[in-house]
Design a protein around this ligand. Structure first.
Ligand code: KPL
Length: 332
């Protein structure tokens, strides 16, 4: 399995898959410092463990690594996408010639619903199969290839295509591989759509609200004003989910999601990850781009397409873009 993205989540998965006996290759940006740090096509990944693995010990795993190049030979069967959402499409377009016919792309990045839409539209990726996933594991990087697995979360996979995909051999085989990695992966089948909307709500609420205030995730539980914003964001997400559902042929799982269902999941996630800094807070603090366009920005653009007018998701997107620009100017 190829792993696209050598950030904290990519390293966690690459190490776990390798330890489980899956032949794994970490794909690294050509010219990057991370690629330069590899020796003879290998790199040592250090993971400080957490509950669910073996105590708090550090594991060191040697993983194969290679440059993400646009080779002509179709040699990639399965790829796990754990890059930042805004890098995923460029990387996948570059990898496209190397993807075998009916190769499987597993998208585990934040903003998987927005990415799914882009992948389905990309003609160079029309020959692939798609599995989508969500994860709430708390991970952060202590340095290149050194990560801290700070909180055990949920990881769920499934497919948005027709039901019989779930019982097909390719789906079973990729799911089995992901399950053996020992990160608590659960097969949700077509129920993944519901999980994806719940996770999108969690990211759309927790990430920008904590990044704007520069506070850990628990902030949204303790601040009354933030709680009211969470409700508003969730009700807009539920409205968009319901409207898209009515326009599509999928079955009725998502239509049943109310703003309150989403809110409950957001607060539960904030509770489970109260001490963590959201990925968006980590990104702005480091002067990096954020995933706002794939989260609140995507919701706002869908709301606009559906004639729903602009709401708090659009406002939060604008505020985050200002913050992103200010922080990156400060770092420059
Ligand atoms: O996915 C996350 C993120 O930070 O991107 C949550 C679940 C909010 C955990 O921090």
């Amino acid at each position: 399995m190829h792993v696209l993205g050598a950030g904290s989540m990519g390293c966690l998965w690459a190490a776990a898959l390798t330890r489980a006996g899956t032949e794994t290759r970490l794909l690294l940006r050509p010219g990057s410092a991370k690629l330069a740090a590899c020796q003879q096509g290998k790199v040592v990944l250090r993971v400080d463990g957490c509950r669910g693995s073996k105590g708090n010990e550090t594991t060191a795993t040697t993983v194969h690594a290679e440059a993400l190049t646009a080779g002509q030979e179709a040699d990639v069967d399965q790829v796990l996408v754990v890059t930042k959402a805004y890098s995923a499409m460029n990387a996948l377009e570059m990898l496209a010639p190397r993807l075998k016919r009916e190769a499987v792309i597993v998208v585990l990045s934040n903003g998987a619903l927005a990415l799914h839409e882009q992948i389905v539209r990309a003609t160079c990726l029309s020959h692939v199969r798609l599995v989508l996933g969500i994860t709430t594991h708390g991970v952060w990087s202590r340095g290149p290839f050194e990560i801290v697995h700070a909180g055990w979360g949920q990881t769920r996979f499934g497919t948005l295509s027709v039901k019989d995909t779930e019982s097909s051999d390719w789906y079973r085989s990729v799911l089995q591989r992901l399950e053996t990695a020992g990160l608590g992966a659960v097969d949700e089948g077509s129920n993944i759509e519901r999980c994806l909307w719940l996770k999108l709500a969690a990211n759309a609420a927790i990430n920008p609200l904590t990044a704007l205030e520069e506070k850990p995730n628990g902030f949204i539980l303790s601040c009354l004003e933030a709680r009211a914003k969470v409700s508003q964001i969730c009700s807009e997400v539920a409205e968009v989910a319901g409207a898209l559902q009515r326009n599509s042929e999928q079955d009725a799982q998502v239509a049943k999601l109310s703003g309150l269902d989403l809110e409950e999941f957001v607060f539960q996630t904030a509770q489970e990850t109260a001490e963590n800094r959201s990925s968006m807070l980590q990104d702005v603090a480091a002067g990096r781009l954020t995933e706002i366009d794939y989260l609140n920005g995507w919701i706002a653009s869908k709301a606009k397409e559906l004639g729903m007018g602009s709401g708090l998701n659009a406002h939060v997107t604008a505020l985050m873009k200002e913050k992103e620009a200010a922080m990156s100017a400060r770092k420059a």
